[in-house]
Design a protein around this ligand. Structure first.
Ligand SMILES: Nc1nc2c(ncn2[C@@H]2O[C@H](COP(=O)(O)OP(=O)(O)OP(=O)(O)O)[C@@H](O)[C@H]2O)c(=O)[nH]1
Ligand SMILES: [Mg+2]
Length: 638
């Protein structure tokens, strides 16, 4: 193996990441829906004492990408030239895997084929003659049940025997393919595959063709051949389909009628408009009770009071006194913007328990296979705002963390959809800790306050979404989504996911809190905070009717949304805000611009110009909405 890179490639949701994790000991996120991995994860596999690089890729139906995550996989293959491709397939959907197999075969990279989900195939009465398939394709074929650990050692054994399949389809448009391939052959790698994609009308592929050859192909081949991309595509599909039918016929695939399966019965019930809505309401209620009331209320209260105030804080103060710490250092650690009293307390007493609860809940939803069904259920509502049900996923992940959500928007196929979701994520999707804190604050006031907050956010999402759908050019895109089997979540996977997400929080986010607090301490000491407060007072005090001290929580809110919300929570606990003020602040801080980390990801994915316009518009909207709410609340008793 020249560069010793092993790439795990395959259709979405077939178990690539489970296999990758088990073979490398790394953790690439595993969830029960298509499009979990939107970027590559790297690790190493030891085979016969030698370390091989391994890479887990986003799932693809074809290497002619429709969305950005699919582009990631093709770019990886062309740029990094793996020495072995492990194609992971779901046995239950072998036909679809063979379509991808024929695309991969054009690259002439040694392959092995892993037929995964063996357990589910047996359960549904689907059998494949692996030996026969191996004989036809002439690449090693292995049956596995990745989650059960069955067949994994065979993969390690077979990787060194990976082979380039001699099985190639002679396409009915072979003349066109050869014409382009003749020009590219020996000049660029993977010339046959690239020729086919070019004829398919894939614009992105021309990045891999030097300009002079591109011109030559245009004038010398394409004009002479005179075939349009659509008809080339449909013939290609037919050619592959015919070959697949022959193979599946020969490999004696037996499909029995599905047995009655209880979990799939539940899955179908979730799609029923009546039962599905009831189920959704139950889930939202459970989430409210578990994350908003239990974790954000009871648990946070306990940690804040019993652990921090009554136990840890006195110890810290005593230690500082005992070692005769100078006043300024004491102030820096335990003052109004102290590292201990603010950064550490908010991070561990308030935010940590809430996100742990939310990640547990999210993990259960992700691994059960419920989320794609929710996408189908909510498709109609989402189509009202120019999106389709696929956007449910980024929105729900946005509750976990906006940064993850912005990345997961890669699964959306059109620019219009990605722009709409960008604005909605920046505007109205709170992160879980922020949401938990807001729910805890509002539930302490009244149900009415919670409902008003919810309506404000819903109106913003639907109103702004509709406006964007109207003004941003582009056709609506229909929902095409795969419904995975409903599966009982594996607790081990959920804990691994929670652990990974909490580690990310501790490593990436808690240091931000420390920096943010030190920054606030500093601008407070040089009286800059006072000046900023004065400057913003017309907006904060007169327009929004809030106490001037909330300014610092808005600054915190920009650094981290949940951090800002914690500031308001503490102010509310200390009786510094009236009920109306709590509600206005909760709405404004939800609608307010995204936090620093999310902003950076937005800039990376969409560019500075778009990010600046979106953030300016979102801030203006948040403030104006807050002002309007202040006016309306004069007439409502909450
Ligand atoms: N029953 C069963 N479930 C499996 C098996 N392998 C994976 N799964 C489940 O299938 C789902 C998808 O697994 P992933 O590893 O995330 O799939 P993936 O191919 O990486 O998916 P994408 O990243 O979305 O392309 C998860 O719920 C796994 O627990 C298996 O052999 N048997
Ligand atoms: Mg994956």
């Amino acid at each position: 193996m020249a560069n010793k890179l092993i790439a795990f490639v395959g259709n979405p949701n077939v178990g690539k990441s489970v296999l990758f994790n088990k073979l490398t000991g790394q953790y690439s996120v595993v969830s029960n829906y298509s499009g979990t991995s939107v970027d590559v994860t790297r690790g190493t596999i030891k085979i016969d004492g030698t370390d091989y690089q391994a890479v887990d890729t986003p799932g693809v139906y074809s290497l002619m990408p429709l969305s950005e995550d699919e582009q990631v996989t093709r770019d990886l293959i062309i740029r990094e030239k793996p020495s072995v491709i492990v194609q992971v397939c779901d046995i239950k959907n072998i036909e679809r895997s063979l379509h991808l197999f024929f695309e991969l075969a054009m690259f002439k990279i040694p392959m092995i084929m892993v037929l995964n989900m063996y357990d589910e195939a047996v359960h549904s009465g689907i059998k494949i003659n692996g030996y026969q398939l191996e004989k036809i394709l002439q690449v090693p074929v292995i049956m596995t049940a990745a989650t059960l650990g069955y067949g994994l050692e065979k993969i390690i054994k077979k990787i060194p025997q990976a082979a380039t399949t001699p099985f190639d389809i002679v396409y009915s448009e072979e003349k066109a393919v050869s014409c382009v391939d003749e020009v590219l052959k020996d000049k660029i790698p993977y010339s046959r595959a690239i020729s086919v994609y070019l004829l398919c009308g894939d614009k992105g592929i021309s990045n891999y063709i030097p300009d002079n050859l591109k011109n030559f192909i245009q004038t010398d081949c394409l004009k002479k051949i005179n075939i349009n991309a659509d008809s080339f595509n449909s013939r290609l599909f037919n050619d592959r389909n015919n070959a697949i039918k022959r193979i599946t016929g020969n490999a004696k695939i037996v499909k029995h009628k599905n047995k009655f399966e209880f979990l799939q019965f539940i899955g179908n019930a979730a799609l029923n408009p009546f039962i599905g809505t009831l189920l959704l309401l139950c889930i939202l209620y459970l989430m409210y009770e578990f994350v908003g009331v239990f974790m954000a209320g009871t648990v946070v209260d306990f940690i804040q009071t019993s652990v921090f105030e009554n136990f840890l804080n006195p110890i810290v103060v005593n230690i500082l006194d005992y070692i005769k710490t100078p006043d300024i250092v004491k102030d820096f650690l335990t003052g109004e913007y102290g590292l201990w009293t603010v950064a550490v307390t908010y991070a561990f007493a308030i935010i940590f328990p809430i996100i742990t609860g939310f990640f547990l809940f999210l993990g259960l939803l992700e691994d059960s296979g419920y989320l794609p069904r929710l996408s189908v259920m909510l498709d109609r509502i989402f189509s009202f705002i120019g999106l389709n049900g696929k956007a449910v996923l980024p929105m729900i992940l946005g509750l976990g963390c906006g940064t993850m959500a912005v990345l997961s928007a890669r699964v959306l196929e059109t620019r219009k959809e990605r722009m709409i979701i960008l604005v909605l994520l920046s505007l109205a999707v709170p992160c879980s800790a922020q949401l938990g804190i807001i729910l805890a604050m509002l539930s302490a006031i009244s149900y009415k306050a919670t409902i008003i907050w919810f309506c404000c956010i819903l109106v913003s999402i639907l109103g702004i979404g509709k406006l964007l759908a109207y003004f941003i050019k582009g056709e609506p895109n229909n929902l095409i989504i795969e419904l995975p089997n409903i599966r009982i979540p594996s607790l081990l996977n959920i804990f691994s996911k929670i652990k990974m997400r909490l580690e990310w929080y501790l490593k990436e986010i808690v240091p931000l809190f420390v920096i943010a607090t030190a920054f606030l301490f500093f601008i407070d000491k040089i009286h800059l905070l006072e000046k900023i407060e004065k400057l913003l007072s017309p907006v904060i005090v007169y327009f929004l009717g809030l106490p001037i001290e909330t300014t610092s929580t808005f600054i915190m809110g920009f650094l981290r949304r949940d951090y800002g919300a914690s500031g308001i929570y503490v102010m509310a606990q200390n009786g510094l805000l009236t009920h109306t003020q709590v509600l206005i602040t909760a709405v404004v801080i939800t609608l307010f611009i995204p936090c620093l980390a999310q902003s950076l990801i937005v800039i990376k994915e969409y560019g500075v110009r778009i990010a600046a316009v979106v953030f300016a518009a979102v801030t203006a909207y948040a403030v104006l909405f807050g002002g309007l709410l202040k006016f309306l609340l004069k007439f409502v008793n909450i």
